[in-house]
Design a protein around this ligand. Structure first.
Ligand code: NAP
Length: 248
């Protein structure tokens, strides 16, 4: 068996951007843990595709919002792999509503998965990374976490919170050569955005100077770069991938 040199965990890796990140990180001597919560068939397909690129891959089931499940999952990973180099906090959901109509459960669930989930995984991953004096943490934020968006108060707050979490943890972990960055995609063609009405999709398109939606692979390429040795001097940053929709 070939020696494993890099161990990565990607949350929400069964489909969409998470799956593309797994494929972008897939190289020989890399082991990728594909976290998923419900979609077993899609996760299994991602596992096969990652392995066909020469990496090792294993599905690890946990709900990122559940602290006990997350801790047990990361314990299993570090016990069997002995290290952890890369964490991609990608798992995310939407439950849209205007703020006056938003139910407490919608607010709580979205914050719980998107923000607390990233905190749970970051804390669990930071322990082995601190011991190694090495790590790469990449958080999947969103353009709306910077711009705002009507009808998404819960989602926007979670993504803005994730950007704050990124900067705080980047400062805490920098002395051990652990970098923490966020990527902020604009409108990327996945199941999450397919669910939007045609009207909303065409309104979005009109705001994108490059005049098209992004692909999961275009986001994953930036994640792979941030996870690489070449990005060693980048930390606490938010990298925007949005076709020019927002220029900061
Ligand atoms: P997606 O196609 O809906 O996929 C979401 C993934 O997250 C799925 O693998 C899903 O697992 C997983 N997931 C959901 N809840 C989870 C939980 N509690 N624990 C563990 N995994 C969970 O979404 P996407 O478009 O690829 O988005 C991925 C990330 O990018 C999200 O954080 C999203 O907010 C962000 N983003 C997306 C866009 C966009 O335009 N698509 C733009 C900006 C930011 P199951 O398959 O088991 O349900």
């Amino acid at each position: 068996m070939r020696e494993i040199k890099r161990v990565a965990v990607i949350t929400g890796a069964s489909r969409g951007i998470g799956r593309a990140c797994a494929l972008a990180l897939a190289q020989p001597q890399t082991k990728i843990y594909l976290n998923d919560v419900a979609n077993w068939d899609a996760a299994e397909q991602t596992r096969k595709d990652v392995q066909s690129r020469g990496a090792e891959a294993e599905i690890i089931k946990f709900d990122v919002s559940n602290l006990a499940e997350v801790n047990a999952g990361f314990e299993q990973i570090t016990k069997s792999s002995g290290r952890l180099d890369i964490l991609v906090n990608n798992a995310g959901i939407v439950q849209d509503n205007l703020v006056v109509r938003m139910k407490e459960e919608q607010w709580d669930r979205v914050l719980s998965v998107n923000l607390k989930g990233a905190f749970n995984c970051t804390r669990a991953a930071a322990r082995p990374m601190l011991k190694q004096h090495y790590g790469r943490i990449i958080n999947m934020a969103s353009i709306v976490g910077v711009m705002g968006n009507p009808g998404q108060a819960n989602y926007v707050a979670s993504k803005a919170g994730l950007i704050g979490l990124t900067k705080a943890v980047a400062r805490e972990l920098a002395s051990r050569q652990i970098t923490v960055n966020a990527v902020a995609p604009g409108f990327i063609a996945t199941e999450m955005t397919e669910a939007l009405s045609e009207k909303v999709q065409s309104e979005m398109l009109a705001q994108i100077p490059l005049n098209r939606f992004g692909t999961p692979e275009e986001v994953a390429a930036v994640v792979a770069f941030l996870a690489s040795e070449a990005a060693a001097y980048i930390t606490g940053q938010v990298i925007h991938i949005n076709g020019g929709m927002l220029m900061v």
